[in-house]
Write a protein that binds this ligand. Sequence first.
Ligand SMILES: C[S@@+](CC[C@H](N)C(=O)[O-])C[C@H]1O[C@@H](n2cnc3c(N)ncnc32)[C@H](O)[C@@H]1O
Length: 346
Amino acid sequence: MGAKNQLSKLTAFDLFSGCGGLTCGLKAAGFRVLGALDVDAGAVECYSANHPDVLVWQEDIRTVDPAKVLQCIRVEPGNLDLLAGCPPCQGFSSLRTLNGSRVVDDPRNALIREFARFVEGMRPRAVLMENVPGLAAHPELTELVQVLEKLGYVVRWRVLDAYDYGVPQRRRRLILLAGLGVAIRFPRKYRKHRVVADVIHDLPEAGASGDPAHDISERRSQRVMDLIARIPKDGGSRNALAGSQVLRCHRKCDGFKDVYGRMAWNRPAPTITSGFVNPSKGRFLHPEYNRTITLREASLLQGFPPGYVFPVHRGKFHVAALIGNAVPPEFAKAQAMAIKRCLLSS
Ligand SMILES: C[S@@+](CC[C@H](N)C(=O)[O-])C[C@H]1O[C@@H](n2cnc3c(N)ncnc32)[C@H](O)[C@@H]1O
C-alpha cells in the first residue's frame, strides 16, 4: 500500500496488546495501529514478530504517561481516532466471582482505571474495550462509564458472542464502544457461522508438520491416555463411558461435564481459554486424535492467520496463555468496522 493511503487511514492505539489478536482485527478493518503497550516480555516478543510496523512499549501501564506516548507516535491529544484495549479480566471471570455473586478484590481490576486514565490523557475520538461478561456486575464498569461520560463520550456496552461474528468458537465477551459526542452502533451479526472443521480439519498431522506451534508433544500418564482414547470421537464426552472406565476422581462429580470432552467437527469450539492444553480444563480434546488441540489449532480456532508466529521457545503454557487471552481477530474486526463507519460519517 502506498504511503499516502497509509496516512489517510484512521489511527489506533492498542492497550494491553498481548500477542496482538485485537491489533489483527483493527488492521483488518483498515485502521493504522500506531502503537501498543503490554507489560509481558513474551507478549511483546510475539506482538513485535507479527506487527513489526507498530511501535511497542513493554511497560507496566501504571508507570506510563499517555502524553509522552502520544508524543512518540506524533499525535496531538484529540487527534487519535481509536483507543482500544482489553484490561486483564481474571478478577472478573465468572469462576472467580461465582457467577457474579461476589466481588473479587483482584489488584488487576484496578487496571480498568488505567484504561480510563489513558482515555483522559489521549482523548481519542472513539474507545473500544473488551472484557469478560463478569465485568457487567462489577462496580469498576459503572465507574468507567461515569468517567467516560464526564469526558463527553456516549458509552454503550453489550455482551456479544464471537460465534456470531465469524469465529468458530463460543466466546461471550463484554464489548464497550464509546464515541466522543456520538453513539456508536454495534455491528450486525454475520449471516454465516463457522465451525471447528472449517479451520482445523485439513491441517497436517501434528508432530512432524514442521510448524513448531503444531508439533509440541504432550506428556500424560498412561491412565489419562487410556481415558482419552475411550472418549467417543467427534463430540464425545466422558459421561458416555461405563462406570469402571471413569477416573476415580470423576465418579462422584456430576458437574464440569465438558472436561475430557472432544470437540465436534460440525459445531463451534468451546471458549478457548489459556487452559486448552489440559483436557481436565474443558472440552479441549481434538475431534479425532487422542490429544488436546495443538497451539496452532487453538490459534486458528481463535481466528489468527495460519502463519502467525508464536514464541514457542518460551514454552507451551506461556503461548497457550497468549492465545487464550487474545481477542479473536474477526470479532475485533467486526467491532472496529462499526467504529469506522461511525467515525467516517460523523
Ligand atoms: C486480555 S490480555 C490482552 C489480549 C490482547 N488484546 C490480544 O488480543 O491479544 C491482557 C494483557 O494485559 C497485560 N497486562 C497485565 N497487566 C499489565 C500492566 N500492569 N501493564 C500493561 N499490561 C498489562 C497482560 O500481559 C496481557 O497480555
